[in-house]
Design a protein around this ligand. Structure first.
Ligand SMILES: [Mg+2]
Length: 171
């Protein structure tokens, strides 16, 4: 196992976070100066489909430029694996500028890459640069892409107080 490069997602994989995505929508139940929107948590966003009259833009992800450490809570089993393994990277759809916020809380030696883009394919492209990647993710889309490419992974799911890691291995 030791020569794997372990690649960890951040939101809902290492920490449960509360930053919300703003979906601009005529049916939005909240308002700001840009208009009506409804908020989505990152885990809700994964299975969300935009209606024709809804849209997302850069402002939709503005909360993700910070981590509200007052609210974020660790996903302990995954963090323990993170702390145990040697070669490790945090790979997030958040912007690279989030790095100092994350390093304030997650200590130790690791690389940090912020893609600034939520595309699962972009994540896969990055993961495939490594010879022996092992991915921890809560995004089913990213995990499906890993499986399609025989990349070993642990799918992290949270439900109430329970944490599940479903491993898929290829050797
Ligand atoms: Mg995630």
């Amino acid at each position: 196992m030791s020569d794997y490069t372990y690649i960890f997602d951040f939101d809902y994989t290492l920490f449960k976070t509360y930053e919300e995505i703003k979906v601009w929508s005529p049916r939005g139940d909240r308002n700001c100066k840009q208009g009506a929107y409804f908020p989505l948590l990152p885990n809700e966003y994964q299975s969300f489909k935009l209606a024709e009259d809804e849209y997302l833009n850069k402002e939709s992800f503005s909360e993700f430029l910070k981590v509200d450490w007052g609210r974020a809570s660790p996903i302990q089993p995954v963090l323990e694996i993170f702390n145990l393994v040697k070669k490790k990277i945090i790979l997030t759809a958040r912007d690279q500028s989030i790095e100092p916020f994350i390093r304030k809380k997650i200590l130790g030696a690791y690389d940090f890459v912020g893609l600034g883009d939520g595309s699962p394919n972009l994540k896969l492209n990055f993961i495939q640069k490594f010879k022996r990647p092992f991915v921890f993710e809560d995004s089913i889309k990213v995990v499906e892409l890993c499986n399609a490419n025989k990349i070993p992974n642990g799918l992290v799911t949270l439900k109430n107080q329970s944490v599940n890691i479903l491993y898929t291995l290829y050797e």
